[in-house]
Every structure is written in C-alpha cells, then in structure tokens.
Design a binder for this molecule. Structure first.
Ligand code: 13P
Length: 254
C-alpha cells in the first residue's frame, strides 16, 4: 500500500513573519495521528528552509527545496547546490516544475543533470511533468509526458531514480482554478505507472508514488485522491493557509 503524500509548494510567497505564522497555526491544528497516515511535505523558498526545519523539528513534516542547481559548485551566482541542501539536512527537492521550465527555460537534459546531483547527495526528487492545453487539445499529452519522463528520468540507471516521486501537473490546471477531473488525472497517472512498469518493472511501478498538481483545493482533493493511481497532491495556492492545507490532509486520510 502506497502512503499518500500531501505536499505544499509555496512557490515565491510569504515573508518570514508569514512563514512563522503558518508554522504555529499548522502545528496547532494537526495532531500526530493526522501526520501518521499521510506524509506532509512543504516545499519552501531556500531562505525559509532552516526556519521551517526548526519549527517542525518535533513534527513529522518534511521540509524540501523547490529547485536545485545542476552544477555541483563554483561560479554560479544565485544558485544553490545539492551538497548545500544536503549540508542543512534537506532530503527532498522539486525538479522540473513547469514554472522553472517556462521562465528559466530548463530543458529535459538539464533536469536530468539535476536528478544526478540529487542522487549523489541522497536527496529524493519530486519530478514534475505535464502538458500544455494545446498539447492536450491536439491529443499529444501522453507523448509530451512520456518524453519528459524518458529524457530526464528513465534515461538514468534505475539506481539513480529508484526513490523518485512523480508529480503530474498539467500546465493548464496550475493556478487557474480548473483542475484536471479525477478521470483525466487518473488516466494520466495510470499511463505514467505503466511507463515505469514497462521500463523498470511491475514491482517498481507498484510502489512509485505519483502526485497530482493543478488547482487542488479542499473541495476537490478527496475525489482526486480517491482514484487508484493518485497518491496525493502537490498543492500551490491552497497550501499557503494552514487551514486549507489541513483540510486537504484530512481528505487524504479519508
Ligand atoms: P496550484 O495548486 O496553485 O494550481 O499550483 C499547483 C502547482 O504548481 C504545485 O506545484
């Protein structure tokens, strides 16, 4: 049985004060039993990682980074490396979010390098994939997602991707209030699981966790998470308030 994941991606939001407010509020509402059945992860801007780690040190909540450099070290002003993340105890990192692909023109090859850096530093990637609206309307969405996964992930050795978590985030659903329907999401998740089954074997595919992202809310999370191949969510806007993230966590435990 795969344990569900409820992961918040805060993107470029919150001040230090707001981060501290969230941490206190979330600790107040969640009990240890809430945190036993599903895993909770918070992907925050780099400068807040240590603050969050100390707030949640006694809680079963994972703090992760939103990105990592493809380089190990050196003259890359503004970048943060995988060894740096490791040195402060970070164990999870998002790779290939569509906003990184779009605004920072990250390519499948670059993302593959990032996955290697994370592997070298024992950090588990949450690898994002997903199609644009036009690609779905053209019936090309399966191809797009397949290529993203094959070029960046399945072209590595299985040893290197064995701990990976996949997040399917259709770009047209991100921040739009229009989520993929449970049927649409389930169909793509099943496709992704089959792809891993073909390339890495049935057993690997059966334990792989595939998250859905794109306008997940307390209103739709239960129906999405109820589907067979949807192992939780990567949540943007609705993860910013402690109460709404908590409602989503409760629906994952339903
Ligand atoms: P929203 O939940 O705000 O649509 O964002 C989804 C997302 O991009 C998570 O990584």
């Amino acid at each position: 049985m795969r344990k569900k994941i409820v992961a918040g991606n805060w993107k470029m939001n919150k001040s230090l004060k707001e981060v501290e407010h969230f941490a206190k509020a979330f600790i107040d509402i969640t009990s240890d039993s809430d945190l036993k059945r599903s895993e909770v992860m918070l992907f925050a801007p780099y400068i807040f990682l240590s603050t969050l780690q100390s707030h949640f040190s006694k809680k079963n909540i994972i703090i992760g980074a939103q990105d990592v450099s493809e380089h190990e070290k050196g003259a890359y002003t503004g970048e943060v490396s995988a060894p740096m993340l490791k040195s402060i105890g970070i164990k999870y990192c998002i790779v290939g979010h569509s906003e990184r692909r779009k605004y920072h023109t990250e390519t499948n090859d670059q993302l593959r390098e990032k996955l290697i850096r994370l592997y070298e530093n024992k950090i588990t990637p949450v690898f994002c994939c997903g199609e644009q609206l036009e690609e779905r309307n053209n019936g090309n969405h399966f191809n797009v997602v397949r290529n993203q996964i094959i070029d960046s992930v399945l072209s590595l050795s299985e040893e290197m991707y064995k701990n990976i978590i996949i997040a399917y985030e259709p770009i047209w659903a991100i921040g739009t209030g229009v989520n993929a329907s449970p049927d649409e999401a389930q169909e793509m998740h099943a496709f992704i699981r089959q792809l891993f089954s073909d390339e890495a074997g049935k057993e690997f595919a059966a334990q792989l966790r595939i998250l859905y992202g794109g306008s997940v809310s307390p209103e739709n999370s239960e129906s999405l998470f109820a589907r067979k191949d949807i192992d939780g969510g990567l949540i943007g806007g609705a993860s910013l308030a402690a109460e709404s993230l908590y409602s989503i966590l409760q629906s994952s435990n339903a």
